[in-house]
Design a protein around this ligand. Structure first.
Ligand code: ATP
Length: 253
């Protein structure tokens, strides 16, 4: 239900030899909210994502997804229960058409109903994977390029296509790793309003993003990592004015 914790991270820690990439990080993401995860280069954002999805095993700490501890379990364990992520680098099947790239996201059973609800397909017995893929492309103004080879799209549109693919899996929790990178101002606006619409439809989103202004404008809560440590966590307004955050971004001590 809305407001209940869908993701809870407690004491999450990852060491590589003497390097503590993520150091005792805890946060809770309520259902139906957007959390922004920000921080300077090397702060530990991607390592956090990788521990949440199970791509890497934490040195210590827990990741609870939908009431079940998932740390150290293979990524497909979370995936089948509705945890979907995108990657910082494009993961595109270049010679496959755009619609094909999107419906590859529909590989699993037992999807959350949020996306069908948003597209107005809820309650319909018959829907085709391709139909959902095309509807998603339409929401991102990509309907007209559905038949093109994905590799022929400009970078920004390939990124938007990847968001469509992630949505095609009908996630309960969507982790986006720098979705705004390489997008034009107009594309950023379009993506931001799609993410708001998804949040309003009940989707929970965690967003790693370098564009701090976008995150502060979009997120309901913001977590700030610096050198593996969670230095601030709360509403955007409070985080924006937090002296520790200002220092981290100015790069002074
Ligand atoms: P960026 O914004 O540059 O993507 P980030 O916040 O995602 O950075 P991470 O990639 O999580 O940061 O890296 C955090 C720290 O952990 C860095 O100091 C990095 O060098 C280190 N690190 C990450 N992965 C490994 C690894 N496999 N072995 C050793 N050190 C690692």
């Amino acid at each position: 239900a809305e407001g209940e914790a869908i993701l809870e991270v407690r004491g999450l820690t990852k060491r590589y030899g003497g390097v503590v990439a993520v150091d005792d990080v805890s946060f809770t993401v309520p259902a139906g909210r957007i959390m922004g995860l920000i921080g300077p280069n090397g702060a530990g954002k991607t390592t956090c994502f990788n521990m949440i999805t199970g791509a890497i095993t934490p040195t210590s700490g827990t990741v609870t997804f939908l009431g079940e501890e998932v740390q150290g379990r293979k990524p497909h364990v979370g995936a089948v229960r509705g945890l979907t992520r995108t990657f910082q680098n494009l993961q595109v099947f270049s010679s496959t058409d755009v619609v094909g790239n999107v419906y590859m996201g529909r590989y699993r059973e037992g999807r959350a109903g949020i996306i069908r609800g948003m597209l107005g397909l809820q309650g319909r017995e018959q829907y085709r994977n391709e139909e959902i893929a095309r509807d998603l492309l339409d929401t991102m103004r990509l309907g007209d390029v559905a038949e093109l080879a994905a590799g022929d799209l400009p970078f920004g549109r390939q990124r938007m296509m990847e968001v469509c693919r992630a949505l095609a899996s009908e996630p309960a929790l969507l982790l986006l790793d720098e979705p705004m990178a390489g997008l034009s101002g107009k594309e950023r606006e379009m993506l931001a309003s799609l993410l708001r619409a998804l949040r309003d439809a009940g989707l929970t989103i965690v967003l790693v993003e370098h564009d701090v202004a976008q995150v502060l404008a979009l997120a309901d809560t913001v977590a700030v990592l610096d050198d593996g440590v969670l230095i601030a966590y709360g509403e955007p307004e409070a985080v924006r004015n937090d002296p520790a955050v200002i220092v981290a971004y100015l790069g002074t001590d």
